[in-house]
Design a protein around this ligand. Structure first.
Ligand code: PMP
Length: 392
């Protein structure tokens, strides 16, 4: 008889030759519990998903309530579903006036795909520009704009008319022209190992887009929902995108993505052709009920107010000669080591000692810290002490 780990390795499609392959059986707040009863401090929150903590009681209650009413009843976009419209209302209340129409999808990648299509349809242009070391998803459109050749090359041919610029390069912005449908950027680059935009660079990007009639798409799938210390990361850089991409924490632990734009723009997807972008599960009622409850918790419990202090605590404790650099933007933190081998050894030792973390896609020498925002000072101190003890 195979145990669950063997079944996982043999019968579940694998994404790498070295998955973590631990079996967690429960999660609560910023803690995970494995099948042997071992407890872990969760430093990655399902990769920036569980911002209000695992299994927040209000999220669980909202899910249970929705289960008593209905699950999937119809494809996205036809029926009025209360959790979906209530969530769209609250999201748009918390966004600038021009971001007033929410198109729900089932994942972040699909939000990227939808925004790429909307940009082409609305502008009538074909070129799409993205940035080196950016990640916007793994589907073929999103892969076409991924900022690293190594991850794309085996899957060519990909979308034509894609151009890649250097993030934070003022000079490269000159490549944005009247031919460009949209520029897609992460407000804060996550998988690059937490790269924050230079002073005024996002503003210069915004200005160039406006001057050329190009749409600015900001991907806040990983950095939205308080992660960087403000509800939306773009607030800190004084820009407003034409289209905003959301995912991960959007669903409060359930699968949900969205792209948000002005209704006048969004309506382009409803004609010529009709049904310009459709999907079955986008805005699933249970996911929207969970996401709405999580968003209310984020606002009501003022979780974002404590982000900067928690970031400072991490920064003050993460000091060791073997740490080459620590980059942070709120509770999105990258701890840089000499190379991947060093980082991997530290990550493995941390997991053995009950601290759960991993590395970044385009920065494999950097340890990832994107915990649930509810992580306590005590949990932060314990985790950081373990990191520095291992290094010594
Ligand atoms: N954009 C960013 C910035 C992301 O971090 C991710 C997921 N890691 C995506 C898009 C894609 O989201 P999903 O995995 O839900 O398709």
């Amino acid at each position: 008889m195979m145990n669950n780990r063997q079944l996982f390795l043999n019968h579940v499609g694998q994404t790498s030759e070295a998955p973590l392959a631990l079996e967690m059986i429960r999660a609560e707040g910023a803690k995970l519990f494995d099948a042997d009863g071992k407890e872990y401090i969760d430093l990655i929150g399902g990769i920036s998903v569980c911002n209000v903590g695992h299994r927040h009681p209000k999220v669980i209650a909202a899910i249970k309530k929705q289960l008593d009413d209905y699950l999937h009843i119809m494809v996205y976009g036809e029926l009025v579903q209360s959790p979906q419209v209530q969530y769209a209302k609250l999201l748009t209340q918390q966004l600038p006036a021009s971001l007033n129409s929410v198109f729900f999808t089932a994942s972040g990648s699909e939000a990227t795909e939808g925004a790429m299509k909307l940009s082409k349809r609305f502008t009538g242009r074909t070129q799409i520009i993205s940035f080196k070391n950016s990640y916007h998803g793994s589907t073929q459109g999103a892969l076409s704009i991924m900022g690293d050749e190594y991850w794309r090359n085996a899957f060519r041919p990909l979308l034509p008319d894609i151009m890649q610029l250097r993030y934070n390069s003022f000079e490269d912005l000159e490549n944005i022209t009247e031919r460009t449908a949209c520029v897609i950027a992460e407000t804060v680059q996550a998988e690059a190992g937490v790269i924050t935009p230079l002073n005024n660079w996002l503003k210069a990007l915004r200005e160039k887009c406006t001057a050329t009639g190009t749409l600015l798409v900001l991907d806040e799938i990983q950095c939205g929902f308080g992660r960087n210390g403000s509800l939306w990361a773009f607030e800190q850089f004084d820009v407003i995108p034409d289209i905003l991409l959301l995912g991960k924490a959007l669903g409060g632990g359930m699968p949900l993505g969205a792209f948000v734009a002005d209704k006048k723009m969004m309506d382009a997807l409803s004609h010529d052709p009709v049904l310009g972008h459709i999907n079955t599960f986008g805005g699933h009622p249970v996911c929207c009920a969970a996401g709405l409850a999580a968003f209310e918790v984020l606002l009501e419990e003022k979780l974002i107010d404590a982000v900067k202090a928690k970031e400072q605590l991490f920064m003050s404790l993460l000091q060791h000669p073997k740490i080459k650099a620590v980059r942070s933007c709120g509770l999105m933190i990258s701890v840089e080591f000499e190379d991947f081998e060093t980082n991997k050894k530290i990550i493995d030792a941390l997991i053995t000692q009950g601290v759960f973390t991993d590395w970044f896609l385009f920065a494999s020498n950097c340890l990832r810290i994107v915990p649930p925002l509810v992580i306590s000072e005590e949990e932060i101190t314990t985790a950081c002490n373990k990191i520095t003890a291992i290094l010594s």
